[in-house]
Write a protein that binds this ligand. Structure first.
Ligand SMILES: NC(=O)c1ccc[n+]([C@@H]2O[C@H](COP(=O)([O-])OP(=O)(O)OC[C@H]3O[C@@H](n4cnc5c(N)ncnc54)[C@H](OP(=O)(O)O)[C@@H]3O)[C@@H](O)[C@H]2O)c1
Length: 335
């Protein structure tokens, strides 16, 4: 099949203020990149939209460099090799890498991971068997280290990371409570085996609602959300509880100066361990994490939901939808 001569890609047009707008992104056309020496030319099949991208489009450096205006939105992607100058990866192979929101990309072979479509659907490399799955697995097992019988609370529980956290905690024999934003998502996480679920939009005040769901207190809190929900969770932590600070999505678009409560007395008197993390800290152990998650997934003990948006041009809409709770499970864009 002849190669196309144009490449569609989505670039950052403006640094968003508050909730990103579709006009902060621009769909543009460029020449098809050429296959590098020793590398690959890849056609995107799936691209990922993730909340952490909000932190990459602030114009400031965080734990990585920002995506600058005029640059392609860099994110996880899965694609098919359409031209290869690498001896071990042929045309037709499926790979995942970080080339982002574009139809085609020239990539170095060392920067991609080869996928086996017979092992699992290729898009799981962006979800339960990819970065969000690794976040759930290592964040929970390494930082919360839950023991059987303990109570684990996870916020953002119907999303890619949170749904995996809750299911892993169930596999480990814990009592699991999740928080999410709609009654249908409450039903969803209950269907995954969560013991309790709170709709944070309707079940208030939070301290009382959480206390009802966690009558023995909270031993482990896996926080994806932050804000008032986390203020309430901190007051219910048990002695020597562990808090894994994974995300603070309620704060990503918030421009107010609300400082909330000060949890340090709680941390002191209950001798809590509260630790933030970026999943790449365990990059060297991702093969181990993928193996365990794939085993649980094949055994049917770990289920994954996907919310699919079609068309590269709709990636900004899918991304913004994350902050409106439009996804259940992993949000993906299919090209
Ligand atoms: N530390 C790391 O290395 C790392 C890696 C990956 C992800 N993360 C973080 O983990 C969290 C989950 O990521 P994900 O990829 O699994 O996304 P996700 O949960 O699949 O999608 C985002 C969800 O967040 C919820 N949400 C949006 N705005 C909210 C708000 N103001 N208050 C409460 N909930 C809100 C929505 O669900 P509801 O309908 O329930 O509101 C939405 O569906 C994010 O905070 C992300 O930044 C951290």
């Amino acid at each position: 099949m002849p190669l196309p001569d144009r490449n569609r890609r989505i670039v950052l047009a403006a640094v968003p203020v508050g909730l990103p707008l579709e006009s902060d992104f621009l769909l543009e056309e460029a020449a098809l990149p050429t296959c590098p020496t020793g590398g690959l030319l890849v056609r995107s099949v799936w691209i990922s939209v993730d909340p952490y991208l909000r932190g990459r489009i602030t114009g400031r450096r965080s734990y990585v460099d920002p995506i600058l205006t005029g640059s392609v939105m860099e994110s996880g992607a899965v694609g098919e090799v359409i031209e290869s100058r690498h001896p071990a990866i042929g045309v037709g192979a499926f790979v995942t890498g970080m080339w982002g929101w574009q139809d085609y990309a020239a990539v170095e072979a060392e920067k991609v991971l080869r996928l086996d479509p017979a092992e699992a659907p290729i898009q799981t490399a962006l979800g339960v068997l990819g970065m969000p799955g690794m976040t759930a697995y290592f964040g929970l097992t390494e930082l919360c280290a839950p023991k059987a019988g303990e109570t684990v609370l996870v916020s953002g529980a119907a999303g890619a990371v949170g749904s995996a956290v809750g299911q892993i905690a169930k596999i480990l024999g814990c009592k699991v409570v999740g928080t999410t934003g709609t009654d249908s998502k409450v039903q969803y996480i209950r269907s995954l085996g969560f013991d309790g679920a709170l709709n944070y939009r309707t079940d208030q005040p939070y301290p009382e609602a959480l206390a009802r769901l966690c009558p023995n207190g909270i031993d482990c809190y896996f926080d994806n959300v932050g804000g008032e929900l986390t203020d309430a969770a901190m007051t219910l932590m048990n002695f020597r509880g562990r808090v894994a600070v994974c995300g603070q999505i309620s704060q990503y678009n918030d421009r107010s100066k609300d400082v909330g409560q000060r949890p340090f007395t709680e941390i002191l008197v209950k001798q809590l361990r509260v630790e933030g993390f970026i999943v790449t800290r365990w990059a060297a152990r991702f093969p181990e994490g993928r193996k365990q998650m794939a085993t649980w997934w094949k055994e049917g003990r770990l289920r994954n939901e996907e919310t699919i948006t079609d068309g590269l041009e709709n990636a900004p809409k899918a991304f913004i939808g994350l902050f409106r709770g439009e996804n259940t499970g992993k949000a993906l864009v299919r090209l």
